[in-house]
Design a protein around this ligand. Sequence first.
Ligand code: ADE
Length: 254
Amino acid sequence: EWSSQPEVTAAHPPKNAAGDGDRRPISTVLIIIAMQTEALPLVNKFHLSEDIDGSLFPKGVPWVRYHGIYKELHINLVWTGKDSILVEFSKFGCVLAGVDSIGTISASLVSYASIQALKPDLIINAGTAGGFKAKGACVADVYLVSNVAFHDRRIPIHVGKLSTGDSLDMSPQDEVLILANDAVVKDMEGAAVAYVADLLSVPAIFIKAVTNTVDGQKSIAEEFLQNLIAVCTTLAQTVSQVVDFISGVYQIIG
Ligand code: ADE
């Protein structure tokens, strides 16, 4: 539960209206990001430094933590890093680079480990997403998501606006399930982060910028790659506005 209390100083945290809990400002924010291209504009915007010590996470994991202080907030940005096994090949068959650790498995693991290590007051899962034209989503729109659901688990959870699965493309079966989730946007991490945040009782918000539509005529992968860099700049601007808003917002404890 949060409230905006600009007139109250951190030195004199008030009791909440019901008198049943203390308030203190949100202090530690954990931003979870799957792609390096999504992460770097934010690392630059908040002047974050890479954690070279690497002691926060178990040996061998590719996860990268950047951190710094911005408007009195302790900002931690954790990027899931490059997969050590999967690589991308050029059309001539050369190995280009490791592939970002996208998808729900890495998102869950990194969320769990980062929450344990950093005890954040708030998680922000920021990233790109495919959008449904039929629901009004256009390329470069940024969505602040309130509800999330998985679409490729055959266990119905609740209806959500963001639907998460482990594929960038969309099979006809996926489409039916995603639309049953009433989704406007689909991504590959949100519901996984939501699951872990919920397990560990940490509030989370989801900010998703549309790189491509998924229900049009264009190839999803081509449109995604075409728009990725520009849309990540827009994503960074929006995340930074949200973080500006969060600085000075009180959370109610207990
Ligand atoms: N991220 C960006 N575009 C996406 C798509 N079409 N599906 C899932 N995640 C995405």
